[in-house]
Design a protein. Structure first.
Length: 267
């Protein structure tokens, strides 16, 4: 009721203001239209600036037999069979890529009879201005081999209890898809090679940096920093590295390095 009284108290003044506003609006209708046009032009210019017309050069390193990668507006879609092009005990006996690994405590599945297909969509230009986001249990990225990358979690807990099931390149099946938890030495072994792309659109490289041929000493909590890479043609770019700290639990092949713990920085 008090609010109604206040409104009524100033009603004559309000009517005068409304009348004045109508008069001003009538005299400046062309100006308003011009402002709308300007807003639309700015929006179009912004859209043009954000438009991505070609894939990042690093995508050329991905296994084309296992991945299909294409632009969809400002996003990159990565469709993968999840079947890598390297040897593993998880291919199963009889497969050309089967590798006998008697030290590995096998999970029940093998690749040749398991659906490993995964599709992810990432930003073509990662947003590095927002908050960092923790990784989740499941696929956190796609490796250049075409298989999934996972973090340091396994099931409802840590990776420790499942470490003995990891093959020679730090991967296993369980649950769902064949995936890497550790440095995938099949294609990145103490070097600066590209490992893959993570869900935030940031590329992951091996333990060394291409710009120095040595281990970087300026990594953030995610293992990321800004420097040139072998795919940026001299331009600096934010990217991740596998952090050069040994995983505390030995696998069947000894100590290794976690592929990525996080958090993501590109959301």
């Amino acid at each position: 009721m008090k609010k109604e009284l206040i409104i009524n108290k100033y009603l004559p003044i309000k009517l005068l203001l409304v009348a004045t506003s109508v008069a001003i609006f009538s005299c400046s209708s062309d100006s308003v239209s011009s402002d709308d046009d300007t807003t639309e032009e700015l929006a179009e210019d912004s859209a043009d600036e954000e438009a991505v017309t070609e894939l990042h050069a690093a995508y050329a390193a991905f296994n084309t037999d296992a991945t299909t990668i294409y632009l969809d507006g400002s996003n990159v879609v990565i469709e993968t069979t999840g079947l890598p092009d390297h040897e593993s005990v998880y291919w199963g006996e009889g497969n050309d890529l089967y590798r006998e690994e008697t030290e590995v405590a096998l999970t029940p599945s093998i690749m040749s009879s398991n659906n490993n297909a995964v599709t992810i969509t990432v930003d073509a230009t990662p947003d590095l201005t927002g908050d960092s986001v923790d990784t989740n249990f499941d696929t956190i990225g796609i490796a250049v081999s075409g298989a999934s990358i996972f973090n340091d979690q396994e099931g409802a807990g840590t990776l420790d209890d499942a470490a003995t099931s990891l093959d020679w390149t730090g991967a296993h099946i369980g649950p769902g898809v064949y995936h890497y938890h550790l440095e995938p030495v099949a294609f990145s072994d103490d070097d600066s090679n590209l490992v893959g792309i993570l869900l935030d659109g940031v590329f992951l490289y091996g333990r060394k940096c291409d710009s120095t041929s040595d281990y970087p000493d300026d990594l953030d909590v995610s293992g990321g920093h800004t420097s040139t890479t072998q795919y940026t043609d001299g331009e600096e770019e934010y990217h991740y590295h596998i952090i050069n700290e040994e995983y505390s639990v030995p696998t069947s092949y000894g100590y290794s390095y976690l592929a990525f713990v996080g958090p993501y920085q590109g959301y």
